[in-house]
Design a protein around this ligand. Structure first.
Ligand SMILES: Nc1nc2c(ncn2[C@@H]2O[C@H](COP(=O)(O)OP(=O)(O)O)[C@@H](O)[C@H]2O)c(=O)[nH]1
Ligand SMILES: [Mg+2]
Length: 209
C-alpha cells in the first residue's frame, strides 16, 4: 500500500470504525497503521479519528478511521459514531475471552442497530498474537465467528505489526469491490468534515459522510 500525506485529490473517501472492548488494542492498531510505530499506550484519552491517504486497487483513497476516546468502557458510543461507515473493524484480544464473547453479545448488536450502510464491510480482528503463550481464543473460533457473522477475519499484533497493514488493506479492497459502498457519500467531494474542526471526543457530533 502506497501512502502519501500531501495529496488533496482522491477518488473515494471511506469512513472506517474501530470497535470492541476497552484495552483490546484499537488505538494501538490505528496508530500502528497510521504512524508506523508502537508505543505502550496508556488507556486511550482523546483520540477521535485519523486520516490516511493510500493508493489501493488503482484508486486514490482518503481513509478516515474513527477510534473511540474510551467511551466503549461505558457502552455509550452513539449512532453518529456508526453513521455512514463503509467499514467496521471489530477487535478482540486473543488473550481475553470476554473481549471475544462481547463481540457477539454487545458489539454485533450495536452494528445491527446503528449501521446505516447495509452492505458495510466488517473485519473481525484477533489482536495481540505476539502473546501466544497467553492465548485463550483459538484461531478456529475466530474463523467460525467470522463465518457466522459474514465478516472478514485476520489475526494480528499491533506490537510486532504483523498483519496490521493487511487488515486495513483487505477491508478497503473489499469495500472497493462493493458497488453500493462507492455510491453517494464516498466520492471525492471537497466538502467534508476535514475542512472543519474535529468532532468532540466525547460526543461525536461530526457529520462524516
Ligand atoms: N502485547 C501487546 N500489547 C498490545 C497490543 N496492542 C495493544 N497492546 C497494549 O494493550 C493496551 C491497550 O491498548 P489500547 O490501544 O489503548 O486499547 P484500546 O482501549 O482498545 O484502544 C496498551 O497497554 C497497549 O500497549 C499487541 O498487539 N500486543
Ligand atoms: Mg483506545
Amino acid at each position: 500500500m502506497n501512502s502519501t500525506s500531501s495529496q488533496s485529490e482522491f477518488d473515494y473517501m471511506f469512513k472506517l470504525l474501530m470497535i470492541g472492548d476497552s484495552g483490546v488494542g484499537k488505538s494501538s492498531l490505528l496508530l500502528s497503521f497510521t504512524v508506523d510505530t508502537f508505543e505502550d499506550l496508556t488507556p486511550t484519552i482523546g483520540v477521535d479519528f485519523k486520516v490516511k491517504h493510500v493508493t489501493l486497487g488503482g484508486k486514490k483513497l482518503k481513509l478516515a478511521i474513527w477510534d473511540t476516546a474510551g467511551q466503549e468502557r461505558f457502552r455509550t458510543l452513539t449512532s453518529s459514531y456508526y453513521r455512514g461507515a463503509q467499514g467496521i473493524i471489530m477487535v478482540y484480544d486473543v488473550t481475553r475471552r470476554e473481549t471475544f464473547t462481547n463481540l457477539s453479545e454487545i458489539w454485533a448488536k450495536e452494528i445491527d442497530l446503528y449501521s446505516t450502510n447495509q452492505d458495510c464491510i466488517k473485519m473481525l480482528v484477533g489482536n495481540k498474537v505476539d502473546k501466544e503463550g497467553d492465548r485463550v481464543v483459538s484461531k478456529e473460533e475466530g474463523i467460525n465467528f467470522a463465518r457466522e457473522y459474514g465478516c472478514l477475519f485476520i489475526e494480528c499484533s499491533a506490537k510486532t505489526r504483523i498483519n496490521v497493514q493487511q487488515c486495513f488493506e483487505e477491508l478497503v479492497l473489499k469495500i472497493l469491490d462493493t458497488p453500493s459502498l462507492l455510491a453517494e457519500g464516498s466520492k471525492g467531494l471537497k466538502k467534508n468534515i476535514f475542512n472543519g474542526p474535529p468532532p468532540q471526543a466525547d460526543t461525536y457530533t461530526g457529520n462524516c459522510c
